[in-house]
Ligand binder design. Sequence first.
Ligand code: FES
Length: 192
Amino acid sequence: MATFTSLQPRRSEAILLDLGDVASAVRNIVERYQGKRQYLMRMLQEIQKHYGYLPREALEELSRQTGIPLVDVLNVATFYHQFTLEPPGYYIIWVCMGTACHLKGNADNYDILKNILGLNNHSKTTKDGLFSLEKARCFGACSLAPVIMITSRDGSERYLHGHVNSLELRKIVAKYRSTALKKIKEKKGGRK
Ligand code: FES
């Protein structure tokens, strides 16, 4: 029987990880690098690529499987800015900071989104876990500048929005918020 663990009980959608899946995902990565301490950064990068962040359970598993003390794993995971221990929001809003989008106002749009989402300088993810806000490089859709892209946390959804402005951003956030809440509700219903 699968064992699940809840990482973010305060948020509207807890992220459930199957501990068996975590062990096997980490094992695949550890085997690729022969569990060598000199490849700790690489193994952490792979874990983050797999989950979108570094789940505590995966770090514990990494320590168990490689014999590298957990405190050392955590030291590296928390020292480098490239790593995040927080799961991303249900939807991630990527604001293009490429030249065309920057010139057409995406720096302001980023601040507007921060404001709409209620984020401060220390948080990238909303308290309810529905949204994360990130900056991105050119999406190759410069004729639509300024552009934002919205992706789902699991990577299954990807939407591009062009010619965005402050009014539009409010509508977009409202639309994705209600979609995310609906999907979370459906998922919870399906788990019964
Ligand atoms: S600069 Fe934003 S899509 Fe190219």
